[in-house]
Ligand binder design. Sequence first.
Ligand code: ATP
Ligand code: MG
Ligand code: MG
Length: 380
Amino acid sequence: MTTVGILGGGQLARMLALSGAPLGLRFRVLDTVADACAGQFAPLIVGDYRDESALTEFASQVDVATFDFENVPAESAQWLSARIPVFPNPRALGIAQDRLAEKTLFRELGIPVPDFADVPDRAALDAAVAAIGTPCILKTRRLGYDGKGQFRIKTPGDVEAAWDALGAQAATVGLILEGFVPFDRELSVVAVRGRDGEFRAWPLTENWHVDGVLSASLAPARVDADMAEHAYAHARALADALDYVGVFALELFCRDGVLLANELAPRVHNSGHWTIEGSETSQFQNHLRAVLGLPLGDTRMVGHACMLNWIGTMPDASGVLREAGGHWHDYGKEPRAGRKVGHATLRAETPAELAEALARVGAALGREAQVSPVVAVLAS
Ligand code: ATP
Ligand code: MG
Ligand code: MG
């Protein structure tokens, strides 16, 4: 009996546990809160990620550890890796936790990135804004997610407000300034690398964000073979450089046919949720296979899939459940503004059928605005 330990007990851990059940796997989840939604399917250990007694209890109960949460303290990942196998490795996790380190690595590997500069203090911010120009975005180097810890500087007159909002964090989590990319669209590569270095990627996904939070994902993204090859080559170079084991996502901006790397998510990713129903092997199962050293599953997809995120509150499910290719995921969380509480995936044989299903679901759930950019792409 193999037990997989997961640091972080949110919906990603929950979906990992659900996908591991057919493999006969057991799970233990460490989270700071007792109502973590993965706890509904896997025994939960409640404790701080830095608390040695919680980590000791966790390590004693699992054969291998992985993450649902990328901001686990690097020292805790190190501490665990001295005792049990930890995938991805703590170095990879540490680099992906720091926007400056990850962008520096992207650049070293020849992966194009937006302009960026370290911002250790106020003078450095002025210099960086002068060098990069406006518009630009000031971001925390660490601990940001769902667009939190970011300030958009539209004109030099916004610098003061940006520093008021984030300056105090320069000394704690660090700050980075990035050029604002007027992208045509956002894409992600979700990929997996096994313990033996085998690399597989799912078809590219196109993503739409609202207020910095993922709203919808479409796969396969409409890209030419050349662009897809570039994206896969970037993902593979990164995974090899980090000796990465498990699933990860590389977020990309596409502008005038050029790809710029935004960030690396060192875990299963929201833009890969469609793989549960839309692909031969889901990102969740392949992540487990990778960390356990099992053969990786096929990443081919059948047809076309669109995932819609539910933020804050769950809509009524029936409009999705009525669809032949409709799949509903309720994470069992309390509703809260801005919180990811569930998602739906629609799958269809053709782009036209997917567009029709999306239009029906948009109307039934009152989510026309959410589905409309996806329908527009499918119709083009
Ligand atoms: P995630 O939830 O994906 O981890 P995050 O908080 O780490 O989000 P980013 O991915 O850096 O933040 O930014 C969130 C979104 O904000 C991006 O997907 C993109 O839509 C927009 N954005 C971020 N950086 C830039 C940029 N340099 N230029 C243009 N848009 C950007
Ligand atoms: Mg991020
Ligand atoms: Mg992101």
